[in-house]
Design a protein around this ligand. Structure first.
Ligand code: ATP
Ligand code: MG
Length: 162
C-alpha cells in the first residue's frame, strides 16, 4: 500500500458528504436530511497536526464504514465527528444517538461476519467493522467502541501521525 500525507479534516468532510448522499430518504425535506457535524476539540496550530501518514483510499473506507453504521443504526439522521490531536497521534470519534450495542457484544462487533442482535432490521454482512479494524492495524493505530444501549454509540479511532 502506498502511504502519503493525508489531511484528516478534509478526508472526513469528503466522506461525510458522500455518506449523506447514500442515506437521503426519497423525498426528504432538505432540513431533515442526514447531517454530519464535524468539529475540533481544539483549534489546530498547524496543518501537520491534522496529517496522518497513511493510505488515503483505505482511510476513506474506514470512515465511510463508521459513518454508514452511525446512520444505519440510528433514527435521528445525525452523526457527530470530533477531531482531537496530540503530539504523536490524532483521535477521531464517530458518534451517533442510535440504538446502541449491548455491553457483551462490544468486542465481537469487530469480528468478520458478526452482526449484533440489534442488526436484524438492517442490511449488511457484518464485514464493515472487521475491515475497519484491519485498516487501523495497518496504520499501527487503535479502534474501540463504547455504547449506551438505547442512547448511542461512539467509535474511537487513534492514528499515529507517522
Ligand atoms: P456491513 O458493514 O457489512 O454492511 P454491518 O453494518 O451489519 O454490515 P459491521 O459494520 O461490521 O456490520 O457492524 C457489525 C455489527 O455491529 C452490526 O451488525 C451492528 O450490530 C453493530 N454496530 C455497528 N455499528 C453500530 C452503531 N453505530 N450502532 C449500533 N450498532 C452498531
Ligand atoms: Mg457496517
Amino acid at each position: 500500500f502506498i502511504f502519503s500525507a493525508v489531511r484528516m479534516d478534509e478526508l472526513l468532510l469528503e466522506m461525510g458528504n458522500l455518506v449523506k448522499l447514500k442515506h437521503i430518504p426519497v423525498a426528504a425535506e432538505p432540513q431533515r436530511g442526514p447531517k454530519v457535524d464535524i468539529s475540533f476539540l481544539k483549534v489546530p496550530d498547524q496543518d501537520t497536526e491534522l496529517v496522518v501518514q497513511g493510505n488515503e483510499s483505505l482511510l476513506k473506507v474506514l470512515f465511510l464504514n463508521l459513518l454508514d453504521n452511525a446512520f444505519k443504526f440510528s433514527a435521528d439522521n445525525t452523526a457527530r465527528v470530533t477531531i482531537d490531536f496530540f503530539t504523536h497521534n490524532i483521535q477521531i470519534q464517530v458518534r451517533d444517538n442510535g440504538i446502541g450495542i449491548a455491553p457483551d457484544e462490544l468486542n465481537k462487533v469487530f469480528e468478520p461476519f458478526y452482526r449484533g442482535a440489534n442488526a436484524h432490521a438492517t442490511r449488511g454482512h457484518g464485514l464493515g467493522l472487521s475491515i475497519c479494524k484491519k485498516i487501523v492495524q495497518l496504520h499501527k493505530g487503535h479502534i474501540s467502541a463504547s455504547s449506551a444501549p438505547g442512547k448511542g454509540t461512539v467509535f474511537t479511532v487513534i492514528l499515529p501521525h507517522a
